[in-house]
Design a binder for this molecule. Structure first.
Ligand code: SAM
Length: 259
């Protein structure tokens, strides 16, 4: 994975003001219980809309996330905020039956869908828990992943600290997340379209409000460069990232210190 050529540039105030003291958010301001209820509600339709909104690319991005973990047959992996379990299932195929994957999500509705859809993989299990307080011992996994979910957490840095805590020294933490495309004019255009199209698609499946939250959760989210800084602040080392989908998605990878 090569460093992004935009690395080192700072994120601008989305209003375009040069004199601004604007700072990106450090966590999701929306109440956790509200977020959980919303994901419970959209659990049955989430996969379909996700594939539509990504123009069918989400599978390819998830497989890139699996490769970025560097996991091998027999390894143990935790996929945090796993939703319906698509990434967890890809990870389970990579580690095979000698390995094990634990998918964790705080939405019981999502976990129910995940258990039903991914029941064919014996090396995969699902647990209801909060990403900020994982019910597992320090260093129990060879890698941890979080996909399209970090921006939902109340504290992004605390999220990375918790992922790093449960991974052994030298193991990797991988984050696949929506991002702010560059240059700034393209980012603004992209967001404008995303803000309008997402609720329309949501309305088509009776989930207008939930799919207004989706683009809103990206407002003020740190750009890829700052997110790499958040990972370093959480103690991760060798942090790097690459972009997909015309910059609308970023894949960040860091290692737990002390191999
Ligand atoms: C957009 S979905 C992504 C699901 C899946 N990772 C994927 O790639 O499709 C976000 C998921 O994060 C979960 N989530 C949000 N905040 C969480 C938290 N604090 N702890 C655990 N899960 C959380 C939601 O319940 C939801 O299933």
């Amino acid at each position: 994975m090569t460093p992004d050529r935009n690395e080192g540039r700072t994120q601008n105030d989305p209003s375009g003001s040069k004199a601004s003291t604007w700072q990106p958010r450090t966590g999701n301001p929306v109440d956790e219980a509200e977020v959980r209820t919303m994901f419970d509600r959209i659990a049955p339709t989430y996969d379909r809309l996700n594939t539509l909104l990504s123009f069918g690319s989400d599978g390819r991005w998830r497989r890139a996330a699996v490769r970025a973990t560097g996991v091998r047959s027999g390894d143990r992996v935790i996929d945090v905020a796993c939703g319906s379990g698509k990434l967890a299932a890809e990870l389970a195929l990579a580690v095979g039956p000698p390995g094990h994957v634990t998918g964790v999500d705080f939405s019981p509705g999502m976990i129910e869908v995940a258990r039903r859809r991914q029941s064919a993989l014996a090396q995969l299990d699902f647990v209801v828990a909060n990403a900020l307080a994982l019910p597992v011992a320090d260093g129990s996994f060879d890698a941890a992943t979080i996909a399209f979910a970090l921006r939902n957490l109340a504290d992004f840095e605390a999220g990375f600290r918790e992922l790093a805590r449960v991974v052994r020294p030298g193991g990797r933490v991988v984050c696949l997340e929506l991002s702010l495309p560059r240059p700034a004019w393209w980012g603004r255009l992209f967001h404008g379209v995303f803000r309008r199209v997402s609720p329309l698609l949501g309305a088509a499946v009776g989930q207008h409000e939930a799919y207004r939250y989706l683009p809103a959760s990206l407002e003020g989210f740190p750009d890829a460069d700052r997110l790499a800084g958040t990972m370093r602040a959480a103690g991760l080392v060798d942090v790097r990232y690459r972009r997909f989908g015309l910059g609308s998605v970023a894949l960040h990878v860091g290692s737990v210190r002390g191999a």
